[in-house]
Design a protein around this ligand. Structure first.
Ligand code: FNR
Length: 185
């Protein structure tokens, strides 16, 4: 089984990247393939219908689409910007939605977020659900939002709070179970 892990922040030192690394580490520990991408490797223009008409889907979008369509399930770990989905993530999703079949279709999806504040980016994840569901992903009911994320990682990048760490592991176990069931019911 291969799970794509997509950190939705571009910046180095991203808290969401750190959380994505924790998640990828947990998957690898269970012998599950975790493909942790760097969103910066998929730099793409703003969606523009004229660009699409004249030059088609950008190569970076096709490459991201191939990553998603080639996995068994995918995990998006993204900040929220202004209570919503960050522009780069929404832009990528809008480009991906121009491909048929949707690369996201018939894939399980787990959403996670991290933020320095007390809500942990949870509101952005709520906003993603209708879009990704429309694009055919099977969103598991759980999602994980790490509040006060700037102070939540230990020196080795691990989650300092053991209770939260256990909760994340349990959520991932359920996600893997759902992914196995969707692949071979
Ligand atoms: C933010 N941030 C933020 N945080 C939050 O909890 N709720 C919010 O609505 C917003 N809005 C927001 C908008 C914009 C444009 C920026 C740049 C930032 C703060 C954000 O959570 C913080 O910068 C995180 O560290 C961003 O995630 P990464 O890059 O660390 O993964």
């Amino acid at each position: 089984m291969n799970i794509l892990v997509w950190p939705g922040s571009l910046r180095e030192g991203s808290l969401n990247r750190k959380l994505a690394e924790v998640i990828a580490g947990k998957l690898s520990h269970q012998g599950i393939g975790a493909d942790l991408i760097n969103f910066r490797d998929f730099e793409m223009p703003l969606y523009d219908g004229d660009v699409e008409s004249s030059t088609g889907i950008p190569n970076s979008v096709s490459a991201l689409a191939e990553k998603i369509s080639g996995c068994d399930g995918w995990i998006l770990v993204t900040p929220e910007y202004n209570f919503g989905v960050p522009g780069p993530v929404k832009n990528a999703i809008d480009w991906l939605s121009r491909i048929r079949p949707y690369p996201t279709s018939n894939k399980t999806c787990f959403l996670a977020s991290a933020a320095p504040g007390l809500v942990g980016g949870a509101r952005g994840l709520i906003a993603l659900r209708p879009t990704l569901s429309f694009m055919g992903s099977w969103l598991v009911p759980d999602s994980f939002s790490l509040a006060e994320a700037a102070n939540s990682f230990g020196p080795e990048g691990q989650l300092k709070d053991e209770g939260l760490d256990k909760m994340l592991s349990q959520m991932l176990d359920k996600f893997i179970h759902a992914t196995k069931n969707l692949r071979s019911p």
